[in-house]
Write a protein that binds this ligand. Structure first.
Ligand code: PGA
Length: 255
């Protein structure tokens, strides 16, 4: 069955020393209180810390990922980081299409599709974000918006390639706002996304795809969110910056 995943998206936070300390704290907590066998913990620090963080990854329940990747293979793209570079650091995961990248850096579904291709070509599993803004939800267009993001960003893949994808549903109005989707809203959208995947790739692929919720997920609401049948974990921003809060969410999966 699909994995339960709790992934920390640190965004543009922490100095190197603070990052080292946070990873060390998280790994120590995980060693003292090992997650259930079906749970995977991922942290996604800024690029300059990936090598340091990667040294902690243990190949079983703790992995490291990047927050972004170039849509190009290599060459004259000043400031960009390629999938080949991430592969050479043995990164296993990479977030793609986060709403902040879509909004501030004008990433379209076409760019996101190219980034997904780059990652898959280098053996890295994309964590692909989708989600509507407040106005779209108020106009009841959230399903159309998410359908377009998933279709245009991912449905060019073969079933085998799609098997490597982790989806993260992050309603933009809930990100960093303290406003969380209700468990019912999360379940409704996750079931919709799984339905889209089933329609395109069949039930087996859909059942194996982990779909994470993101948007003001914290220790106090994680258990209720994760208790929904189609919510397979969380992509955590603010609450991933403190080991105690992050572990509170990881432990929401404990039986
Ligand atoms: P948040 O961010 O948990 O701070 O709302 C989630 C995300 O952007 O991935």
């Amino acid at each position: 069955m699909r994995k339960h995943i709790v992934a920390g998206n640190w965004k543009m936070n922490k100095t190197f020393q603070e990052a080292d300390e946070l990873i060390d704290d998280i790994v120590t907590c995980l060693e003292n209180d090992t997650p259930d066998a079906d749970t995977l913990v991922i942290v996604c620090p800024p690029f300059p810390y990936l090598e340091m963080a990667g040294d902690y990854s243990d190949g079983s329940y703790f992995a490291v990922g990047a927050q972004n990747v170039s849509d190009q293979e290599s060459g004259a793209y000043t400031g960009e980081v390629s999938a080949a570079m991430l592969e050479s650091l043995e990164m296993e995961y990479c977030i793609v299409g986060h709403s902040e990248r879509r909004a501030y850096y004008h990433e379209t579904d076409e760019i996101i599709a190219r980034k997904v291709n780059q990652l898959l070509a280098h053996g890295i599993r994309p964590i692909v974000c989708c989600g509507e803004v407040l106005q779209e939800r108020e106009e009841n267009r959230q399903f159309d918006v998410v359908k377009k993001q998933i279709t245009d960003g991912l449905f060019h893949l073969s079933p085998e390639e799609f098997g490597k994808i982790v989806v993260a549903y992050e309603p933009v109005w809930a990100i960093g706002t303290g406003k969380t989707a209700t468990p019912e809203q999360a379940q409704e959208m996750h079931a919709f996304i799984r339905g889209l995947i089933a329609e395109k790739y069949g039930k087996e692929v859909a059942d194996e795809t982990s779909i994470l919720y993101g948007g003001s997920c914290k220790p106090s609401n994680a258990k209720e969110l994760f208790s929904n049948p189609d919510v397979d974990g969380g992509l955590i921003g603010g609450a991933s910056l403190k080991a105690e809060d992050f572990m509170g969410i990881v432990n929401a999966w404990k039986k």
